[in-house]
Design a protein around this ligand. Structure first.
Ligand SMILES: NC(=O)c1ccc[n+]([C@@H]2O[C@H](COP(=O)([O-])OP(=O)(O)OC[C@H]3O[C@@H](n4cnc5c(N)ncnc54)[C@H](O)[C@@H]3O)[C@@H](O)[C@H]2O)c1
Length: 338
């Protein structure tokens, strides 16, 4: 690598813009290229972050020796072909969640990445949230976890509800909750049982929008995980994680609202709030880990600093696998082994 990490952002929509804005001020990052089939989206972002060039042509970027790493921020059906092409071009990869929508696609990405010997990080930024890290630090190995990621009903017309591009709530967004639950458990899931189905989008019968799951982990811990877009949780907010270790418990709630909070029982101090964050992280991107995740990616790709908390390719495969197997458990009525 030269003095700076040459980066290309692929897909200049919501997440592409978020990552570009976090990377632009970093002195050891050079925003080399912005790629989008809507060139106007790439150009608008270029105005803001001063990337070197914009293009609609992914091949141009993959054959550009000035690009060390690509950030793949497109819809889900493009993750496999783009990750595989990037791996073959020997670029390190950051890919937004989910790694892909099927286990087969995830495994193809894993094979390409391992075969090419490149690095891949998945956009599960909650692993860098000071709130999840505090829960994990204080509770240690939980015996029981209760997790939720629940939204008001998503628009039928949203791309995330498209069965091919998005996959529906459980696969599209639920992967965050599956991954965070495994991260907090600190153990590998060995089986998943679920009930649920298509509760709120009867006109898109291919998608699963609501699940209540039970996961068992290798260390004997269990998790109850509820995911879907069946209404706004009035008290706990969209995302909440409760960890129980017998003599101590911790509840994180209102995670996505303005004031995420943790309340502990059995340990002091009892509370953890935004006020406990370093001032530099006392904002939404710091509270949710986006800022720290980008820094860890640069440190890994540029200086080979192992990002111990990051979601790597196996974590991406596992999160998709849990969603796919939850849907299979609903279909068969049987718990599914991993
Ligand atoms: N980590 C998170 O918290 C989080 C939040 C939202 C979205 N996401 C993920 O980020 C990814 C992108 O979601 P989004 O909300 O930014 O979508 P978006 O629709 O806002 O942006 C996608 C962009 O990709 C572009 N695009 C489409 N085809 C392309 C191609 N062949 N080559 C280059 N660009 C192409 C589109 O024109 C668009 O600008 C998804 O994987 C999504 O699940 C993650």
């Amino acid at each position: 690598m030269a003095d700076t990490l040459g980066v290309a952002i692929i897909g200049c929509g919501g997440m592409g813009r978020t990552h570009a804005r976090l990377l632009a001020p970093q002195e050891d990052v050079h925003l080399r290229a912005l790629v989008d089939v809507r060139l106007e989206a790439a150009r608008a972002l270029q105005e803001e972050v001063k990337a070197e060039y914009t293009t609609e042509d992914l091949e141009r970027v993959l054959s550009d020796a000035g690009v060390d790493a690509v950030l793949i921020c497109t819809h889900h059906h493009l993750h496999r072909p783009m990750c595989v092409a990037a791996a073959q071009a020997k670029k390190n990869i950051f890919v937004e969640k989910p790694l892909a929508l099927t286990v087969e696609d995830c495994q193809a990405i894993r094979d390409a990445v391992n075969g090419a010997g490149v690095k891949l990080m998945v956009g599960f930024q909650a692993r860098y949230s000071p709130f999840l890290l505090k829960l994990k630090e204080v509770i240690g190995a939980p015996l029981v976890i209760i997790s939720q990621l629940i939204d008001p009903r998503w628009d039928d017309a949203s791309w995330a509800n498209d069965p091919i591009e998005g996959g529906g709530n459980v696969l599209s967004q639920g992967c965050h909750c599956f991954d965070a639950t495994c991260f907090l458990a600190g153990s590998e899931p060995v089986s998943i049982y679920a009930q649920g189905g298509n509760f709120t989008h009867p006109n898109i019968p291919q998608i699963t929008d609501s699940v209540a799951c039970v996961i068992r982990f290798a260390n004997g811990a269990v998790a109850s995980v509820t995911i879907g877009d069946f209404g706004k949780p009035a008290l706990m907010g969209k995302a909440a994680y409760q960890l129980f270790a017998g003599d101590r418990t911790g509840t994180l709630w209102n995670y996505y609202e303005r004031e995420p909070q943790i309340k502990f029982w059995g340990v002091q101090p009892e509370a953890f709030t935004m006020d406990d964050l370093p001032e530099t992280l006392r904002h939404a991107h710091g509270a949710h880990g986006y800022t720290q995740q980008m820094r860890a990616m640069v440190d890994w790709f540029a200086y080979d600093v192992d990002p111990v908390n990051a979601a790597k390719v196996d974590d991406g495969v596992r999160a998709t696998q849990l969603g796919v197997l939850a849907i299979e458990a609903i279909r068969t009525g049987q718990a599914q082994p991993l």
